[in-house]
Design a protein around this ligand. Structure first.
Ligand SMILES: [Zn+2]
Length: 107
């Protein structure tokens, strides 16, 4: 699965278009809560939120070619790299308005 377009709206969402025509959009808060780094994963495993603030935004995002995207967050966190395939699995598992419920069941 290739990614053909990525749009980052720092305070709103990240939109990723895949080569099969599917565009997946992820609200920034959902991405922050779903950060795939070991630290955030550990918190979720313990039933805690990976982030507990009310607002979050993206300060900077770096594309890693065919692999994924890393994000520097407004809370200073920057260790998570979101793989395109991981995001697509997440999207497919909860696509549509209710997909955010999938935060707790990230691959
Ligand atoms: Zn993290």
């Amino acid at each position: 699965m290739q990614v053909v377009d990525v749009e980052v709206e720092r305070e709103l969402e990240v939109r990723i278009t895949y080569d099969d025509g599917v565009t997946a959009s992820f609200p920034v808060m959902a991405l922050r809560l779903g950060c795939p780094c070991a630290g955030c994963r550990g918190k979720r495993d313990q039933g805690r939120a990976a982030y507990e603030g009310d607002t979050i935004s993206i300060l900077d995002a770096e594309l890693h070619g065919n692999w994924g995207i890393s994000v520097r967050w407004s809370d200073g966190h920057d260790t998570g790299i979101f793989a395109w395939s991981h995001l697509r699995t997440w999207w497919d598992s909860g696509s549509g308005p209710g997909w955010q419920a999938g935060v707790d069941s990230l691959p």
